[in-house]
Ligand binder design. Structure first.
Ligand code: M6R
Length: 412
């Protein structure tokens, strides 16, 4: 933005710019949530758009006119706690919001695309959203579809072999992750079909996509993504049920179960986490899961390291014996997701080397030193988020603003 003969000249180059107007001011921002609250009219700039605003508060575009109605983000009534991270964990109660507005139609469209797809499917995202992609990959396998999951920061390496024989599905809470935007710009110019699963409306990735599904989980402020992950996983569960049963019956029951039992279950998890996690003298934490719980284990580890700076790693249970088992000693705490026989055999391998095992899931096991009961995957995810939150707070850290990190990562 530059001052130019008493006028403001605004130019957009890669980072998002939205200009809002109300009766007595213009607001120029990269955050459409602010603009939504304060303005009645908006314009979303595309790359290389110029806009001139004069002192009379009139504005004109120097190239094309781009008037767009700003689509409203869902407003979830905030639950007041001392940190945004905690409020946002609790806001996962509102899962039914995924059906808000036209989103069910968007979900059906994506399901039909997948059902009738004779294209190769690529899933891509960064960080927490990448873990959601990996979870989607496992769910598509259950339906007999093999997809390729690519880290957003590695996506550019694949561009030469991607043509319109591919369907690209990307996940992003912000819709502004630079590592995704760069390859998507090229792919959209090459007319490759892009479908995105986003939270923030009017984002750069939305405008690069042919169609979108929205999380509708409300604005996420804490740098550590929590509710967006819960909603991403749940949208994938909806898609997966529609693929398998062509019905929303099972998933609607689950949503009701989660929302009816939410306070009681989450309260129990908070108490249990408080009761057990500080009992052990540890210097590293592992999370293990198999199959679709492998990405959930990765997310548990990311959450913990991000907000508590504790050394934590997530593993596919079966992979430990191929190297990382060498790290296990009496100061290793391992969260074991579920208790099927395969993951239990991995837990036993850890236990015999002195590691401490805490189980998460529906059923206790004698192999667990302790157990956090979680009767739905969403409660398991919430338990992992609470573990991160509690460690962070116990160390006197601010979980909302971890050192070295930003909410929206637009740089390379
Ligand atoms: O907005 P996005 O979902 O595209 O962001 C991707 C990652 O930068 C993000 O998930 C990051 O890993 C979070 N801080 C994790 O809590």
């Amino acid at each position: 933005v530059i001052n130019f003969e008493d006028k403001l000249l605004v130019h957009k180059n890669s980072n998002p710019i939205i200009i809002g107007k109300n009766s007595d001011e213009f607001i120029i921002s990269s955050d459409n949530n602010i603009i939504q609250e304060l303005c009645d009219e908006f314009v979303v700039l595309d790359d290389d758009d110029f806009c001139l605003i004069d002192s009379e508060l009139s504005f004109s575009y120097l190239n094309k006119v781009l008037k767009k109605t700003l689509k409203k983000n869902v407003n979830i009534k905030e639950i007041k706690t001392t940190t945004f991270m905690e409020s946002e964990i609790l806001e996962q109660k509102n899962l039914k919001n995924i059906f808000f507005d036209e989103n069910l139609k968007n979900i059906y469209e994506l399901v039909n695309k997948i059902k009738n797809c004779n294209k190769k499917i690529i899933l891509s995202a960064a960080g927490t959203s990448f873990h959601a992609c990996l979870f989607f990959h496992y769910k598509l396998l259950e339906y007999g579809i093999l997809s390729q999951v690519i880290l957003a920061s590695e996506f550019e390496n694949y561009l030469d072999i991607i043509d319109d024989d591919f369907l690209i599905i990307v996940f992003s809470q912000s819709g502004e992750t630079g590592d995704l935007i760069r390859p998507l710009k090229i792919l959209s110019q090459n007319c490759v079909e892009i479908v995105s699963v986003l939270n923030n409306r009017n984002s750069s990735i939305e405008y690069l996509s042919k169609s979108c599904v929205f999380l509708n989980c409300g604005e996420e402020i804490s740098v550590a993504s929590t509710k967006a992950f819960g909603f991403q996983i749940f949208i994938i569960e909806v898609i997966s049920d529609l693929l398998k049963y062509n019905s929303l019956k099972k998933i609607s029951k689950r949503i009701n179960f989660i929302s009816d039992n939410f306070e009681v279950e989450v309260d129990k998890i908070f108490k249990k986490v408080d009761e057990i996690i500080f009992n052990y003298d540890i210097d590293k934490v592992f999370f293990i899961g198999r199959n679709s719980l492998f990405p959930i284990a990765l997310e548990g580890a990311l959450k913990l390291k991000e907000v508590s700076y504790m050394h934590s790693e997530g593993f596919a249970g079966g992979e430990l014996k191929h190297g990382s088992l060498a790290l296990v000693d009496t100061k290793t705490l391992v969260f074991c997701l579920d208790n099927n026989s395969d993951i239990l055999s991995n837990a036993i391998e850890i236990k015999t080397r002195g590691g401490i095992i805490i189980g998460l899931g529906t059923i206790q096991s004698t192999e667990f030193d302790d157990f956090i009961k979680t009767d739905d995957l969403i409660f398991m995810i919430i338990a992992l988020q609470i573990i991160g939150l509690k460690y962070s707070l116990s160390l006197g850290l601010s979980p909302d603003k971890p050192r070295n990190l930003a909410k929206s990562v637009t740089v390379r």
